[in-house]
Design a protein around this ligand. Structure first.
Ligand code: F6R
Length: 609
Protein backbone atom coordinates (compact mmCIF):
# COMPACT_ATOMS: atom_id res chain seq x y z
CA UNK A 1 0.00 0.00 0.00
CA UNK A 2 2.62 2.51 -1.20
CA UNK A 3 6.24 2.30 -0.17
CA UNK A 4 8.30 5.28 0.88
CA UNK A 5 12.02 5.71 1.32
CA UNK A 6 14.24 8.67 2.15
CA UNK A 7 17.95 9.33 2.48
CA UNK A 8 20.07 12.09 3.96
CA UNK A 9 23.86 11.84 4.16
CA UNK A 10 27.06 12.27 2.18
CA UNK A 11 26.28 9.75 -0.59
CA UNK A 12 24.28 10.40 -3.75
CA UNK A 13 20.66 9.73 -2.83
CA UNK A 14 19.27 8.49 -6.17
CA UNK A 15 20.83 4.99 -6.32
CA UNK A 16 19.94 4.37 -2.67
CA UNK A 17 16.35 5.44 -3.31
CA UNK A 18 15.96 3.32 -6.43
CA UNK A 19 17.35 0.24 -4.72
CA UNK A 20 15.10 0.93 -1.73
CA UNK A 21 12.07 1.22 -4.01
CA UNK A 22 12.96 -2.06 -5.66
CA UNK A 23 12.71 -3.72 -2.26
CA UNK A 24 9.47 -1.93 -1.43
CA UNK A 25 7.74 -2.58 -4.73
CA UNK A 26 5.69 -5.37 -3.13
CA UNK A 27 3.76 -2.56 -1.39
CA UNK A 28 2.38 -1.16 -4.65
CA UNK A 29 3.48 -0.83 -8.23
CA UNK A 30 1.13 1.62 -9.94
CA UNK A 31 3.90 4.21 -10.28
CA UNK A 32 7.32 5.08 -8.94
CA UNK A 33 9.15 8.36 -8.44
CA UNK A 34 12.08 10.05 -6.77
CA UNK A 35 13.00 13.58 -5.70
CA UNK A 36 16.63 14.53 -5.18
CA UNK A 37 18.16 17.82 -4.12
CA UNK A 38 20.81 18.58 -6.74
CA UNK A 39 24.22 20.16 -6.22
CA UNK A 40 22.85 23.54 -7.34
CA UNK A 41 20.17 23.44 -4.64
CA UNK A 42 17.18 22.59 -6.86
CA UNK A 43 14.72 19.71 -6.46
CA UNK A 44 14.91 17.20 -9.31
CA UNK A 45 11.72 15.11 -9.57
CA UNK A 46 11.18 12.20 -11.94
CA UNK A 47 8.19 9.88 -11.78
CA UNK A 48 6.55 7.38 -14.07
CA UNK A 49 3.34 5.36 -14.11
CA UNK A 50 3.73 1.60 -13.88
CA UNK A 51 6.43 -0.45 -12.30
CA UNK A 52 9.78 0.83 -11.09
CA UNK A 53 11.42 -0.44 -14.28
CA UNK A 54 9.47 2.21 -16.25
CA UNK A 55 11.16 4.86 -14.14
CA UNK A 56 14.62 3.33 -14.28
CA UNK A 57 14.40 2.75 -18.05
CA UNK A 58 13.29 6.34 -18.48
CA UNK A 59 16.16 7.60 -16.31
CA UNK A 60 18.57 5.26 -18.10
CA UNK A 61 21.15 5.70 -15.34
CA UNK A 62 21.07 9.46 -15.70
CA UNK A 63 20.22 10.50 -12.15
CA UNK A 64 21.50 13.71 -10.60
CA UNK A 65 24.25 13.64 -7.99
CA UNK A 66 23.39 14.97 -4.56
CA UNK A 67 20.87 14.60 -1.80
CA UNK A 68 18.88 14.38 0.33
CA UNK A 69 16.24 12.50 -1.55
CA UNK A 70 12.90 10.75 -1.21
CA UNK A 71 11.27 7.99 -3.27
CA UNK A 72 7.83 6.43 -3.60
CA UNK A 73 6.15 3.39 -5.10
CA UNK A 74 2.38 3.78 -5.37
CA UNK A 75 -0.76 1.72 -4.90
CA UNK A 76 -3.35 4.15 -6.26
CA UNK A 77 -6.24 5.32 -4.11
CA UNK A 78 -7.10 8.88 -5.21
CA UNK A 79 -6.46 9.53 -8.88
CA UNK A 80 -5.52 7.30 -11.79
CA UNK A 81 -2.17 5.57 -11.79
CA UNK A 82 -0.53 8.04 -14.23
CA UNK A 83 2.66 10.11 -14.27
CA UNK A 84 0.97 13.22 -12.88
CA UNK A 85 -0.55 11.47 -9.88
CA UNK A 86 2.70 9.65 -9.13
CA UNK A 87 4.67 10.87 -6.10
CA UNK A 88 6.72 12.90 -5.13
CA UNK A 89 4.51 15.98 -5.20
CA UNK A 90 5.80 19.53 -4.91
CA UNK A 91 4.49 22.77 -3.44
CA UNK A 92 3.95 25.95 -5.52
CA UNK A 93 7.53 27.13 -4.97
CA UNK A 94 9.02 23.86 -6.20
CA UNK A 95 11.30 23.95 -3.16
CA UNK A 96 9.41 21.32 -1.17
CA UNK A 97 8.85 17.72 -2.25
CA UNK A 98 6.73 15.16 -0.43
CA UNK A 99 5.84 11.47 -0.56
CA UNK A 100 2.89 9.88 1.20
CA UNK A 101 1.43 6.49 2.01
CA UNK A 102 -2.14 6.53 3.33
CA UNK A 103 -5.27 8.59 2.78
CA UNK A 104 -6.01 12.18 3.83
CA UNK A 105 -9.72 11.97 4.60
CA UNK A 106 -10.43 15.73 4.76
CA UNK A 107 -8.42 16.61 1.66
CA UNK A 108 -11.41 17.96 -0.27
CA UNK A 109 -12.08 20.77 2.21
CA UNK A 110 -8.39 21.57 2.67
CA UNK A 111 -7.87 21.62 -1.09
CA UNK A 112 -10.82 23.99 -1.61
CA UNK A 113 -9.36 26.38 0.94
CA UNK A 114 -5.88 26.22 -0.57
CA UNK A 115 -7.19 26.70 -4.10
CA UNK A 116 -9.11 29.77 -2.89
CA UNK A 117 -5.83 31.05 -1.45
CA UNK A 118 -4.26 30.70 -4.90
CA UNK A 119 -2.39 27.39 -4.67
CA UNK A 120 -2.00 25.59 -7.98
CA UNK A 121 -2.76 21.87 -7.93
CA UNK A 122 -1.49 19.59 -10.65
CA UNK A 123 -2.64 16.11 -9.63
CA UNK A 124 -5.92 14.48 -8.54
CA UNK A 125 -4.33 13.05 -5.39
CA UNK A 126 -5.17 13.67 -1.75
CA UNK A 127 -1.42 13.80 -1.14
CA UNK A 128 -0.79 17.03 -2.99
CA UNK A 129 -2.75 18.99 -0.36
CA UNK A 130 -0.08 18.06 2.18
CA UNK A 131 2.66 19.66 0.09
CA UNK A 132 0.69 22.91 -0.21
CA UNK A 133 -0.53 22.86 3.37
CA UNK A 134 3.03 22.53 4.66
CA UNK A 135 3.99 25.36 2.29
CA UNK A 136 1.46 27.65 4.01
CA UNK A 137 2.91 26.82 7.42
CA UNK A 138 6.54 27.17 6.40
CA UNK A 139 8.48 30.10 7.80
CA UNK A 140 11.97 28.61 7.83
CA UNK A 141 11.39 25.69 10.24
CA UNK A 142 10.45 22.59 8.21
CA UNK A 143 9.74 20.35 11.21
CA UNK A 144 7.42 22.96 12.70
CA UNK A 145 5.65 23.42 9.36
CA UNK A 146 5.06 19.68 9.03
CA UNK A 147 3.78 19.53 12.61
CA UNK A 148 1.41 22.47 12.12
CA UNK A 149 0.08 21.04 8.85
CA UNK A 150 -0.51 17.57 10.26
CA UNK A 151 -2.52 19.14 13.05
CA UNK A 152 -5.14 19.99 10.42
CA UNK A 153 -5.43 16.68 8.62
CA UNK A 154 -7.48 13.59 9.35
CA UNK A 155 -6.66 10.15 8.05
CA UNK A 156 -3.67 7.88 7.72
CA UNK A 157 -0.22 8.88 6.65
CA UNK A 158 3.43 8.05 6.50
CA UNK A 159 5.20 10.95 4.82
CA UNK A 160 8.67 12.02 3.83
CA UNK A 161 9.39 15.70 3.18
CA UNK A 162 12.43 17.61 1.92
CA UNK A 163 13.03 21.29 1.25
CA UNK A 164 15.82 23.11 -0.56
CA UNK A 165 16.44 25.32 2.50
CA UNK A 166 17.38 22.16 4.43
CA UNK A 167 20.01 20.16 2.56
CA UNK A 168 20.87 18.25 5.74
CA UNK A 169 17.40 17.06 6.69
CA UNK A 170 14.42 14.91 5.74
CA UNK A 171 11.29 14.98 7.84
CA UNK A 172 9.05 11.96 8.32
CA UNK A 173 5.77 11.47 10.17
CA UNK A 174 3.38 8.60 10.73
CA UNK A 175 -0.23 8.02 11.70
CA UNK A 176 -1.81 4.56 11.30
CA UNK A 177 0.65 3.60 8.55
CA UNK A 178 4.15 2.18 9.10
CA UNK A 179 7.31 4.27 9.00
CA UNK A 180 10.76 3.57 10.35
CA UNK A 181 13.91 5.65 10.68
CA UNK A 182 17.23 3.99 9.83
CA UNK A 183 20.25 5.15 11.82
CA UNK A 184 23.38 4.89 9.68
CA UNK A 185 26.93 6.00 10.27
CA UNK A 186 26.75 9.71 9.42
CA UNK A 187 23.55 9.19 7.45
CA UNK A 188 19.84 8.76 8.07
CA UNK A 189 17.00 6.94 6.33
CA UNK A 190 13.24 6.81 6.26
CA UNK A 191 11.38 3.73 5.03
CA UNK A 192 8.03 1.98 5.08
CA UNK A 193 9.73 -1.30 5.84
CA UNK A 194 13.09 -2.74 6.83
CA UNK A 195 14.23 -4.35 3.51
CA UNK A 196 14.45 -0.90 1.87
CA UNK A 197 17.37 0.14 4.07
CA UNK A 198 18.73 -3.09 5.51
CA UNK A 199 21.84 -3.11 3.35
CA UNK A 200 22.79 0.26 4.87
CA UNK A 201 21.89 -0.21 8.53
CA UNK A 202 20.42 -2.73 10.95
CA UNK A 203 19.54 -0.10 13.55
CA UNK A 204 16.05 1.25 13.18
CA UNK A 205 13.58 3.27 15.18
CA UNK A 206 9.98 2.15 14.69
CA UNK A 207 7.97 5.35 14.86
CA UNK A 208 4.75 5.44 16.87
CA UNK A 209 1.43 6.95 15.78
CA UNK A 210 1.69 10.73 15.72
CA UNK A 211 5.52 10.80 15.71
CA UNK A 212 7.38 13.36 13.61
CA UNK A 213 11.02 12.50 12.87
CA UNK A 214 13.63 15.12 12.06
CA UNK A 215 16.24 12.96 10.35
CA UNK A 216 19.74 14.38 9.80
CA UNK A 217 23.12 12.71 9.14
CA UNK A 218 24.13 13.29 12.73
CA UNK A 219 21.03 11.96 14.43
CA UNK A 220 17.26 11.93 14.64
CA UNK A 221 14.99 13.97 16.87
CA UNK A 222 11.43 12.73 17.37
CA UNK A 223 8.53 14.96 18.33
CA UNK A 224 4.92 14.19 19.00
CA UNK A 225 2.17 16.12 17.25
CA UNK A 226 1.94 18.51 20.20
CA UNK A 227 5.60 19.44 19.75
CA UNK A 228 7.09 17.69 22.78
CA UNK A 229 10.24 15.71 22.19
CA UNK A 230 9.85 11.94 22.74
CA UNK A 231 12.36 9.10 23.11
CA UNK A 232 11.95 5.93 21.07
CA UNK A 233 13.95 2.72 21.38
CA UNK A 234 16.35 1.59 18.69
CA UNK A 235 15.64 -1.92 17.40
CA UNK A 236 18.39 -4.07 15.95
CA UNK A 237 17.18 -6.07 12.96
CA UNK A 238 18.24 -9.67 13.33
CA UNK A 239 17.91 -10.90 9.77
CA UNK A 240 20.13 -10.23 6.78
CA UNK A 241 19.36 -8.70 3.44
CA UNK A 242 19.74 -12.18 1.85
CA UNK A 243 16.41 -13.07 3.51
CA UNK A 244 14.82 -10.42 1.30
CA UNK A 245 16.53 -11.67 -1.89
CA UNK A 246 15.29 -14.35 -4.28
CA UNK A 247 18.31 -16.53 -3.55
CA UNK A 248 18.36 -18.24 -6.94
CA UNK A 249 14.60 -18.84 -7.16
CA UNK A 250 12.80 -17.34 -10.17
CA UNK A 251 10.18 -15.74 -7.89
CA UNK A 252 9.86 -14.74 -4.25
CA UNK A 253 6.62 -16.74 -4.20
CA UNK A 254 8.45 -19.97 -5.00
CA UNK A 255 11.27 -19.17 -2.59
CA UNK A 256 8.75 -18.58 0.19
CA UNK A 257 6.89 -21.79 -0.63
CA UNK A 258 10.18 -23.67 -0.22
CA UNK A 259 11.06 -21.79 2.96
CA UNK A 260 8.02 -23.25 4.71
CA UNK A 261 9.67 -26.22 6.44
CA UNK A 262 12.17 -23.80 7.97
CA UNK A 263 9.50 -21.21 8.79
CA UNK A 264 7.45 -23.90 10.57
CA UNK A 265 10.54 -24.93 12.52
CA UNK A 266 11.14 -21.33 13.58
CA UNK A 267 7.50 -20.87 14.58
CA UNK A 268 7.62 -23.95 16.77
CA UNK A 269 10.86 -22.88 18.43
CA UNK A 270 10.46 -22.33 22.16
CA UNK A 271 6.76 -23.17 22.06
CA UNK A 272 6.52 -26.94 21.76
CA UNK A 273 8.87 -28.90 24.03
CA UNK A 274 10.57 -32.18 23.07
CA UNK A 275 7.91 -34.06 25.08
CA UNK A 276 5.17 -32.33 23.09
CA UNK A 277 3.93 -29.94 25.78
CA UNK A 278 2.77 -26.64 24.35
CA UNK A 279 3.25 -23.29 26.05
CA UNK A 280 3.39 -19.79 24.61
CA UNK A 281 5.13 -17.68 27.22
CA UNK A 282 3.92 -14.60 25.33
CA UNK A 283 0.49 -15.38 26.78
CA UNK A 284 1.64 -15.60 30.41
CA UNK A 285 0.78 -11.94 31.06
CA UNK A 286 -2.85 -12.51 30.06
CA UNK A 287 -3.28 -15.96 31.65
CA UNK A 288 -5.87 -14.77 34.17
CA UNK A 289 -7.95 -13.17 31.47
CA UNK A 290 -7.72 -16.23 29.24
CA UNK A 291 -9.09 -18.34 32.10
CA UNK A 292 -12.13 -16.06 32.36
CA UNK A 293 -13.20 -15.63 28.74
CA UNK A 294 -16.42 -17.19 27.52
CA UNK A 295 -16.15 -16.60 23.75
CA UNK A 296 -13.52 -15.99 21.11
CA UNK A 297 -13.50 -14.06 17.84
CA UNK A 298 -10.58 -14.50 15.48
CA UNK A 299 -10.27 -11.67 13.01
CA UNK A 300 -8.28 -11.27 9.81
CA UNK A 301 -8.60 -10.42 6.12
CA UNK A 302 -8.11 -12.53 3.01
CA UNK A 303 -5.68 -15.34 3.63
CA UNK A 304 -5.39 -14.41 7.31
CA UNK A 305 -9.16 -14.84 7.66
CA UNK A 306 -8.83 -18.43 6.42
CA UNK A 307 -6.17 -19.13 9.05
CA UNK A 308 -8.57 -17.57 11.57
CA UNK A 309 -11.33 -19.87 10.29
CA UNK A 310 -9.22 -22.98 10.97
CA UNK A 311 -8.50 -21.67 14.46
CA UNK A 312 -12.17 -21.04 15.20
CA UNK A 313 -12.97 -24.70 14.54
CA UNK A 314 -10.10 -25.88 16.73
CA UNK A 315 -10.73 -23.54 19.67
CA UNK A 316 -14.39 -24.46 19.72
CA UNK A 317 -13.55 -28.16 19.70
CA UNK A 318 -10.62 -28.09 22.12
CA UNK A 319 -11.63 -25.33 24.50
CA UNK A 320 -15.38 -25.82 24.36
CA UNK A 321 -16.41 -22.19 24.10
CA UNK A 322 -18.00 -20.44 21.11
CA UNK A 323 -15.33 -19.34 18.65
CA UNK A 324 -15.96 -17.72 15.30
CA UNK A 325 -13.95 -16.20 12.50
CA UNK A 326 -14.67 -12.56 11.74
CA UNK A 327 -13.70 -10.87 8.49
CA UNK A 328 -11.89 -7.69 9.50
CA UNK A 329 -13.55 -5.39 7.00
CA UNK A 330 -17.01 -6.44 8.25
CA UNK A 331 -16.53 -6.84 11.99
CA UNK A 332 -16.20 -3.19 12.88
CA UNK A 333 -19.45 -2.24 11.17
CA UNK A 334 -21.56 -5.07 12.50
CA UNK A 335 -19.72 -6.03 15.64
CA UNK A 336 -20.60 -9.15 17.61
CA UNK A 337 -21.14 -8.85 21.39
CA UNK A 338 -17.83 -7.72 22.92
CA UNK A 339 -16.99 -7.36 26.62
CA UNK A 340 -14.28 -8.19 29.14
CA UNK A 341 -15.09 -11.90 28.89
CA UNK A 342 -14.36 -11.88 25.14
CA UNK A 343 -11.03 -12.82 23.61
CA UNK A 344 -10.31 -11.31 20.21
CA UNK A 345 -7.36 -12.74 18.30
CA UNK A 346 -6.14 -10.51 15.47
CA UNK A 347 -4.25 -12.25 12.65
CA UNK A 348 -2.16 -10.20 10.24
CA UNK A 349 1.12 -10.97 8.49
CA UNK A 350 1.98 -7.31 8.01
CA UNK A 351 0.42 -6.12 11.23
CA UNK A 352 -0.70 -3.03 9.32
CA UNK A 353 -3.99 -4.09 7.68
CA UNK A 354 -6.42 -1.26 8.43
CA UNK A 355 -9.44 -3.56 8.10
CA UNK A 356 -8.05 -5.78 10.85
CA UNK A 357 -6.76 -3.00 13.10
CA UNK A 358 -10.05 -1.14 13.25
CA UNK A 359 -12.16 -3.95 14.80
CA UNK A 360 -9.33 -4.76 17.23
CA UNK A 361 -9.37 -1.19 18.49
CA UNK A 362 -13.13 -1.34 18.85
CA UNK A 363 -12.89 -4.64 20.75
CA UNK A 364 -10.23 -3.17 23.07
CA UNK A 365 -12.46 -0.15 23.77
CA UNK A 366 -15.24 -2.55 24.76
CA UNK A 367 -12.96 -4.31 27.22
CA UNK A 368 -12.08 -7.49 25.27
CA UNK A 369 -8.70 -9.15 25.76
CA UNK A 370 -6.65 -8.74 22.57
CA UNK A 371 -4.05 -11.26 21.41
CA UNK A 372 -2.39 -10.71 18.04
CA UNK A 373 -0.60 -13.04 15.67
CA UNK A 374 1.72 -11.20 13.30
CA UNK A 375 5.00 -11.50 11.44
CA UNK A 376 6.28 -7.94 11.73
CA UNK A 377 8.01 -6.89 14.92
CA UNK A 378 6.72 -3.59 16.26
CA UNK A 379 3.94 -3.32 13.63
CA UNK A 380 0.83 -1.26 14.42
CA UNK A 381 -1.22 -4.31 15.43
CA UNK A 382 1.21 -5.06 18.26
CA UNK A 383 0.36 -1.75 19.88
CA UNK A 384 -3.32 -2.63 19.93
CA UNK A 385 -2.63 -5.87 21.82
CA UNK A 386 -2.46 -7.25 25.34
CA UNK A 387 -0.19 -10.04 24.07
CA UNK A 388 1.69 -10.66 20.82
CA UNK A 389 2.59 -14.02 19.26
CA UNK A 390 5.03 -13.59 16.38
CA UNK A 391 5.01 -15.95 13.41
CA UNK A 392 8.84 -16.02 13.34
CA UNK A 393 8.55 -16.83 9.63
CA UNK A 394 11.11 -14.31 8.32
CA UNK A 395 10.20 -11.57 5.85
CA UNK A 396 7.47 -12.39 3.32
CA UNK A 397 8.09 -10.34 0.18
CA UNK A 398 5.83 -11.93 -2.46
CA UNK A 399 2.46 -10.21 -2.51
CA UNK A 400 0.51 -13.46 -2.21
CA UNK A 401 0.92 -15.01 1.19
CA UNK A 402 2.28 -18.55 1.55
CA UNK A 403 4.64 -19.08 4.47
CA UNK A 404 2.76 -16.50 6.53
CA UNK A 405 -0.48 -18.46 6.07
CA UNK A 406 1.09 -21.73 7.12
CA UNK A 407 2.70 -20.21 10.19
CA UNK A 408 -0.48 -18.31 11.07
CA UNK A 409 -2.34 -21.63 11.12
CA UNK A 410 0.45 -23.17 13.15
CA UNK A 411 0.65 -20.39 15.74
CA UNK A 412 -3.13 -20.43 16.08
CA UNK A 413 -3.07 -24.21 16.57
CA UNK A 414 -0.54 -23.68 19.35
CA UNK A 415 -2.68 -20.92 20.89
CA UNK A 416 -5.68 -23.28 20.83
CA UNK A 417 -3.66 -26.01 22.58
CA UNK A 418 -2.27 -23.47 25.06
CA UNK A 419 -5.82 -22.35 25.89
CA UNK A 420 -6.99 -25.95 26.26
CA UNK A 421 -4.10 -26.61 28.67
CA UNK A 422 -4.70 -23.44 30.66
CA UNK A 423 -8.40 -24.12 31.06
CA UNK A 424 -8.04 -27.85 31.55
CA UNK A 425 -10.35 -28.69 28.66
CA UNK A 426 -8.01 -31.27 27.14
CA UNK A 427 -5.97 -33.89 29.03
CA UNK A 428 -2.28 -33.04 29.01
CA UNK A 429 -1.31 -36.33 27.34
CA UNK A 430 -3.60 -35.47 24.41
CA UNK A 431 -2.07 -31.99 24.19
CA UNK A 432 1.35 -33.62 24.09
CA UNK A 433 0.22 -35.96 21.31
CA UNK A 434 -0.77 -32.93 19.25
CA UNK A 435 2.45 -31.16 20.23
CA UNK A 436 4.50 -34.10 19.01
CA UNK A 437 2.51 -34.10 15.76
CA UNK A 438 3.32 -30.40 15.34
CA UNK A 439 7.00 -31.16 15.77
CA UNK A 440 6.88 -33.50 12.75
CA UNK A 441 5.55 -30.75 10.48
CA UNK A 442 8.89 -29.34 9.25
CA UNK A 443 9.81 -32.82 8.00
CA UNK A 444 6.37 -33.55 6.57
CA UNK A 445 6.24 -30.17 4.84
CA UNK A 446 9.62 -30.84 3.20
CA UNK A 447 8.33 -34.25 2.09
CA UNK A 448 5.17 -32.69 0.64
CA UNK A 449 7.13 -30.10 -1.34
CA UNK A 450 8.84 -33.00 -3.13
CA UNK A 451 5.50 -33.51 -4.92
CA UNK A 452 6.19 -30.35 -6.94
CA UNK A 453 7.08 -32.14 -10.24
CA UNK A 454 3.77 -34.09 -10.19
CA UNK A 455 1.83 -30.91 -9.39
CA UNK A 456 3.63 -28.97 -12.12
CA UNK A 457 2.51 -31.53 -14.71
CA UNK A 458 -1.06 -31.23 -13.47
CA UNK A 459 -0.83 -27.45 -13.59
CA UNK A 460 0.34 -27.55 -17.18
CA UNK A 461 -2.60 -29.78 -18.10
CA UNK A 462 -5.15 -27.53 -16.44
CA UNK A 463 -3.57 -24.13 -17.11
CA UNK A 464 -6.17 -23.39 -19.79
CA UNK A 465 -9.21 -23.92 -17.55
CA UNK A 466 -11.41 -20.86 -17.11
CA UNK A 467 -12.87 -21.75 -13.71
CA UNK A 468 -11.87 -23.94 -10.80
CA UNK A 469 -13.96 -25.09 -7.83
CA UNK A 470 -12.24 -26.00 -4.54
CA UNK A 471 -14.06 -27.94 -1.82
CA UNK A 472 -13.26 -29.07 1.70
CA UNK A 473 -15.09 -29.81 4.93
CA UNK A 474 -14.24 -28.98 8.53
CA UNK A 475 -10.71 -27.58 8.69
CA UNK A 476 -10.46 -28.48 4.99
CA UNK A 477 -13.06 -25.82 4.12
CA UNK A 478 -10.83 -22.79 4.85
CA UNK A 479 -8.04 -24.59 3.00
CA UNK A 480 -10.30 -24.90 -0.05
CA UNK A 481 -10.95 -21.14 0.14
CA UNK A 482 -7.25 -20.40 0.52
CA UNK A 483 -6.46 -22.64 -2.48
CA UNK A 484 -9.03 -20.77 -4.56
CA UNK A 485 -7.74 -17.36 -3.44
CA UNK A 486 -4.15 -18.30 -4.25
CA UNK A 487 -5.17 -19.40 -7.74
CA UNK A 488 -7.18 -16.21 -8.36
CA UNK A 489 -4.40 -13.94 -7.16
CA UNK A 490 -1.50 -15.61 -8.89
CA UNK A 491 -3.00 -16.73 -12.18
CA UNK A 492 -6.15 -14.53 -12.55
CA UNK A 493 -8.15 -17.72 -13.12
CA UNK A 494 -11.61 -17.60 -11.62
CA UNK A 495 -11.83 -19.95 -8.64
CA UNK A 496 -14.20 -20.41 -5.72
CA UNK A 497 -13.85 -22.34 -2.50
CA UNK A 498 -16.91 -23.99 -1.00
CA UNK A 499 -17.76 -26.14 1.98
CA UNK A 500 -17.94 -29.55 0.30
CA UNK A 501 -21.42 -30.25 1.67
CA UNK A 502 -22.68 -27.00 0.15
CA UNK A 503 -21.76 -28.04 -3.37
CA UNK A 504 -25.09 -29.79 -3.87
CA UNK A 505 -26.95 -26.70 -2.64
CA UNK A 506 -26.08 -24.67 -5.71
CA UNK A 507 -22.48 -24.51 -6.91
CA UNK A 508 -22.74 -27.99 -8.43
CA UNK A 509 -24.55 -26.26 -11.30
CA UNK A 510 -21.18 -24.80 -12.30
CA UNK A 511 -19.56 -28.18 -12.87
CA UNK A 512 -18.91 -29.48 -16.36
CA UNK A 513 -16.05 -31.31 -18.09
CA UNK A 514 -14.17 -28.02 -18.46
CA UNK A 515 -14.32 -27.07 -14.77
CA UNK A 516 -11.79 -28.84 -12.55
CA UNK A 517 -12.82 -29.58 -8.99
CA UNK A 518 -10.06 -29.64 -6.38
CA UNK A 519 -11.12 -31.56 -3.29
CA UNK A 520 -9.38 -31.49 0.08
CA UNK A 521 -10.02 -35.12 0.97
CA UNK A 522 -7.42 -35.88 3.62
CA UNK A 523 -8.24 -38.42 6.34
CA UNK A 524 -10.50 -37.27 9.14
CA UNK A 525 -13.83 -37.74 10.84
CA UNK A 526 -15.80 -36.62 7.80
CA UNK A 527 -13.61 -38.12 5.10
CA UNK A 528 -16.45 -40.29 3.80
CA UNK A 529 -18.79 -37.35 3.51
CA UNK A 530 -16.18 -35.46 1.48
CA UNK A 531 -15.67 -38.54 -0.68
CA UNK A 532 -19.44 -38.59 -1.38
CA UNK A 533 -19.34 -34.93 -2.34
CA UNK A 534 -16.46 -35.69 -4.68
CA UNK A 535 -18.45 -38.57 -6.18
CA UNK A 536 -21.37 -36.20 -6.80
CA UNK A 537 -19.04 -33.91 -8.72
CA UNK A 538 -17.47 -36.77 -10.65
CA UNK A 539 -20.95 -37.89 -11.73
CA UNK A 540 -21.29 -34.48 -13.40
CA UNK A 541 -18.14 -35.21 -15.44
CA UNK A 542 -15.99 -32.60 -13.67
CA UNK A 543 -12.29 -33.47 -13.73
CA UNK A 544 -11.43 -34.08 -10.06
CA UNK A 545 -8.07 -33.46 -8.43
CA UNK A 546 -8.00 -34.75 -4.85
CA UNK A 547 -5.59 -33.90 -2.07
CA UNK A 548 -5.65 -37.14 -0.10
CA UNK A 549 -3.66 -38.88 2.60
CA UNK A 550 -0.93 -41.37 1.73
CA UNK A 551 -2.33 -44.90 1.97
CA UNK A 552 -5.87 -43.89 0.92
CA UNK A 553 -6.92 -46.64 -1.48
CA UNK A 554 -10.46 -45.37 -2.03
CA UNK A 555 -10.08 -41.88 -3.37
CA UNK A 556 -8.88 -42.86 -6.83
CA UNK A 557 -12.33 -44.34 -7.46
CA UNK A 558 -13.64 -40.79 -7.46
CA UNK A 559 -10.74 -38.64 -8.61
CA UNK A 560 -8.70 -38.93 -11.81
CA UNK A 561 -5.76 -37.16 -10.24
CA UNK A 562 -4.69 -37.63 -6.65
CA UNK A 563 -1.96 -35.81 -4.77
CA UNK A 564 -1.06 -37.93 -1.75
CA UNK A 565 0.23 -35.97 1.23
CA UNK A 566 1.75 -37.38 4.46
CA UNK A 567 -0.63 -38.36 7.23
CA UNK A 568 -1.21 -36.04 10.20
CA UNK A 569 -3.96 -35.76 12.80
CA UNK A 570 -6.93 -34.05 11.12
CA UNK A 571 -6.62 -30.87 13.20
CA UNK A 572 -3.03 -30.40 12.08
CA UNK A 573 -3.65 -31.32 8.43
CA UNK A 574 -4.27 -27.79 7.02
CA UNK A 575 -0.57 -26.96 7.34
CA UNK A 576 0.26 -29.81 4.97
CA UNK A 577 -2.85 -29.87 2.74
CA UNK A 578 -2.39 -26.28 1.61
CA UNK A 579 1.13 -26.84 0.26
CA UNK A 580 0.09 -28.63 -2.99
CA UNK A 581 -2.50 -25.91 -3.59
CA UNK A 582 0.15 -23.21 -3.36
CA UNK A 583 2.32 -25.07 -5.87
CA UNK A 584 -0.66 -25.66 -8.16
CA UNK A 585 -1.54 -21.95 -8.16
CA UNK A 586 2.10 -20.98 -8.69
CA UNK A 587 2.63 -23.37 -11.59
CA UNK A 588 -0.64 -22.42 -13.31
CA UNK A 589 0.40 -18.77 -12.99
CA UNK A 590 3.83 -19.50 -14.48
CA UNK A 591 2.21 -21.48 -17.31
CA UNK A 592 -0.13 -18.54 -18.02
CA UNK A 593 2.69 -16.02 -17.83
CA UNK A 594 1.24 -13.76 -15.12
CA UNK A 595 3.25 -11.54 -12.81
CA UNK A 596 3.57 -14.03 -9.98
CA UNK A 597 5.27 -11.92 -7.33
CA UNK A 598 3.30 -8.76 -7.99
CA UNK A 599 -0.17 -9.68 -9.26
CA UNK A 600 -2.13 -6.87 -10.88
CA UNK A 601 -4.18 -4.53 -8.68
CA UNK A 602 -2.82 -5.91 -5.41
CA UNK A 603 -0.50 -4.62 -2.72
CA UNK A 604 0.97 -6.58 0.12
CA UNK A 605 0.09 -4.35 3.00
CA UNK A 606 -3.37 -2.81 2.76
CA UNK A 607 -3.37 0.19 5.05
CA UNK A 608 -6.68 1.72 3.94
CA UNK A 609 -10.18 0.53 4.88
C1 F6R B 1 -3.46 -13.24 0.00
C2 F6R B 1 -3.02 -12.14 0.80
C3 F6R B 1 -4.04 -11.26 1.42
C4 F6R B 1 -3.64 -10.95 2.87
C5 F6R B 1 -4.60 -9.93 3.47
C6 F6R B 1 -4.27 -9.66 4.93
O1 F6R B 1 -2.40 -13.96 -0.53
O2 F6R B 1 -1.85 -11.95 0.97
O3 F6R B 1 -5.32 -11.81 1.35
O4 F6R B 1 -3.65 -12.14 3.60
O5 F6R B 1 -4.51 -8.73 2.75
O6 F6R B 1 -2.95 -9.22 5.06
P1 F6R B 1 -2.24 -9.24 6.47
O7 F6R B 1 -2.05 -10.66 6.88
O8 F6R B 1 -0.94 -8.51 6.27
O9 F6R B 1 -3.15 -8.53 7.42
Amino acid sequence: MCGIVGYVGPRDAAPILIEGLRRLEYRGYDSAGIAVMTANGKVFIEKKAGKLTNLTEHLNGDTPAGGPGIGHTRWATHGLPNDTNAHPHADCTGQLALIHNGIIENYVEIKARLVAEGHRFISETDTEVLAHLIETKYHGDLVEAVRAALGEVRGAYAIGVMHTDHPERIVGARMNVPLIVGLGDGEGFLASDVPAILEHTKNVVILHEGDIADVTPTGTRILSLDGTEVQRDTTEIRWDIEAAEKGGFPHFTLKEIYEQPHAIQESLRGRVAANGSVRLTELDGVADRLREIDRVYIVGCGTASYAAHVAAYLIQEWVGIPATMQVGSEMRYSPPPLDERTLVIGVSQSGETADTLAPLKLAAERGAAIVVVTNVVGSAITRAADAVCYLQAGPEIAVASTKAFVTQVLVLQMIALHLAGLRGTMPSNRIRTYGLALRTLPRLAAQTLKLAPQIKKLAQRFAGARDFIFIGRGVGFPIAMEGALKLKELSYVHAEGYAAGELKHGPIALLDPETPLVAIATQGAIYEKVASNVAEARARSAPVIAIATEGDDQIDHYAQDVIYVPETPEAISPVIAVLPLQILAYEIAVARGTDVDQPRNLAKSVTVE
